[in-house]
Design a protein around this ligand. Sequence first.
Ligand SMILES: C[S@@+](CC[C@H](N)C(=O)[O-])C[C@H]1O[C@@H](n2cnc3c(N)ncnc32)[C@H](O)[C@@H]1O
Length: 265
Amino acid sequence: MPNTFVYGDEVLLCELGKERTYLIVLEQGGKLHSSRGLVEHDRVAGSVPGSELMSHLGTPFLALRPRLDERMFKVRRRTQIVYPKDAGWLVMALDLAPGRRVIEMGTGSGAFTILLSQFVGPQGRVYTFDRREDFLENALSNVARAGFSDRVQGRVLSAGEPFPVRDADAAFLDLPEPWLAIPAARRALEPGSPLALIVPTAEQLKEAVRVLQEECFVRLEMVEILERRMLVRQTAGVRPAERMVGFTGYLVAGRSTPPYSVGGP
Ligand SMILES: C[S@@+](CC[C@H](N)C(=O)[O-])C[C@H]1O[C@@H](n2cnc3c(N)ncnc32)[C@H](O)[C@@H]1O
């Protein structure tokens, strides 16, 4: 199959020499209206990823297939989303792989749901929950746009209510009071399975860890990920960029134990 863009594909159009990017889904007759001119979808269709295309004002755009982090960043946002630097660590912490059945509480804008969906694949399932129906609706439309509706089930649920799932392979919590969902997550997880969460303050981190210990989660890890971008200039020197995303959250990972707790019968 030739590696060319076809209608229905997601395409990342990057303004050459600038940071600005646009994520489009190719439609027959569709048009991208950018501040640098109009790009017709019909001109993108049939081109090879990596090609350069001109807007009607003569601005060059690069057409690429979007990476997972770019797809996450381009969701219609109603909430804060998980940042790529944290997402990478969480993939390991949750041991994501094809076929896994994963619980997510705090669907938010669905950015992390898209990541989970890509990793679990068509044979896996993502059961995602949020107490806000409007957020859930928006998130599920972001998931649909990413082409993952086949593996995602979303439902309105408040932290503390039992998850309507049994023997899940992993659970991820992204909500202000994740500790409310920890006992139910333990009951819904296959014993020994990973749970991970993200919280924005040290007080929330402390309370989350207290409840994880109370619920007999083991092998707890608490981290903050720092990422520094580098400037690599052939004549002006190589050094870190002046600006960085200073803080995005504290990450926690652990493993569930059977209901009779560690060292039980
Ligand atoms: C920061 S957002 C999650 C963002 C998401 N991980 C993403 O990448 O798009 C937190 C979400 O938790 C939900 N939430 C807050 N408290 C909740 C609770 N007690 N029960 C269920 N959901 C809750 C909010 O409605 C919000 O959508």
